[in-house]
Design a protein around this ligand. Sequence first.
Ligand code: ATP
Length: 460
Amino acid sequence: MEERKYPFEKITTHLITSGFVYPSSEIYGGLSNTWDYGPLGDACKNKLKKIWRDHFVKTKMNMFEIDPAIIMNPKVWVATGHVANFHDPLVDCKHCHARFRADKLIKDQKPELDTDGMTTEQMDTLIQSGEIKCPECGENHFTPLRQFQMMFKTFIGVDENEASVAYLRPETAQGLFVNFKNVQRTQRAKLPFGICDIGKAFRNEITPGNFTFRTREFEQMEIEFFFKPGEDQQWFSYWKDECLSFVNKIGLKMDYLRFRDHEPTELAFYSKGTTDIEYYFPTLGWGELMGIASRTDYDLGRHQASSSQDLTYLDPETNQRYLPHVVEPSFGCDRLLLALLCDAYDEEEVKGETRIVLRLHKNLAPYQIAILPLSNKLNDEAQKALWPLLSPVFDSIFDTTGSIGKRYRREDAIGTPYCLTYDFDSSKDASVTVRDRDSMVQERVKIADLKAYLATKFAE
Ligand code: ATP
């Protein structure tokens, strides 16, 4: 894959300086690899979530969205194996003290090896053999590999002891499984049906970084879709197609996307298949955006065994009881947004100057329209004529600072699809000039027609 046109750092610098993302707790020196979404990033992320909801929940007849708690009974994480197994293999370079995830270190230098199929001992032996070099200093002296628990621990109540330990959820999925019976019963749901949510997850990653690609606190959009055992292949293909249609809908460029089926050696013993959708990030290369996993009845089975509750489904057609099987499409909201912003960033020469344009999908742009009075003398008039009319319908910004040219550039750089300029003729002809972000073509439109005109544009 040839290198992307704009380096990752150029894009992320733009996102920070224009108000999409800020370093978290910045006035206290920040907290490493922790980010806050600014007004533009927050707006964009909310729109991404809305499109996800429209696609996967609103237009589906058998999907139920819930909002489970972040801190769950710790027995949940014992049942799923997270307490025992949710570790990352860690090594330090003895020479320069840089820290690495052992599996990533091996994967980067020996891509032909399947690290998911390797035991801790096999990875350690390889790293200690001298074949793997420190990417920072080039030496090959590493500490022995050790496992690092990735769940954030906390304590419930006043006493901080083993009995009061709880965890911040490392994925939202388990909140969906433990509510299977609640949703099925209260919503009178019949198989096949899905339960989904959007929410924060927390992982004490040892190598966070690459901006919002890998952070310790992130947002997931997850679905557990339950069905009759035996229909696994059919639903796995269905959800792969649905996910592809969703990434198409939000405008991700297909050139930089690939579906990667996990090799049989990478699959957990209970899994009938896993596919990742990966994206070719500028400078960073391929990275996982989401996964679709066919997980049989493993999760419900574990929870049934650990909780001693009956989680089976009574099939109304056959009168049989069984544990449903599940397919899990799991999106990372932050990574998806980052990919969209990387795709959207563009520069072009206009009259000898560089114009930055965020060519975001129109329905993902933080603001849909910018209302720009041509002169400060027109501010009140423009506000009265346009703000009450348009702001209830369209996400709008009213900007009066700087020359009109500068304001157009500013809106281009944050992806606003349409600028509406109110000029000295506007009160006479009851019209404004509408400028298109991508083509820069300007059109005179009657104020009375604006709502319908813009609605058509956003429906395209
Ligand atoms: P990775 O291999 O990159 O650590 P994963 O396979 O552990 O990811 P999953 O457990 O499948 O990730 O989580 C589903 C999705 O959640 C991922 O595809 C990704 O988009 C997102 N995600 C996981 N970990 C992080 C993180 N630390 N920061 C941001 N997003 C994340």
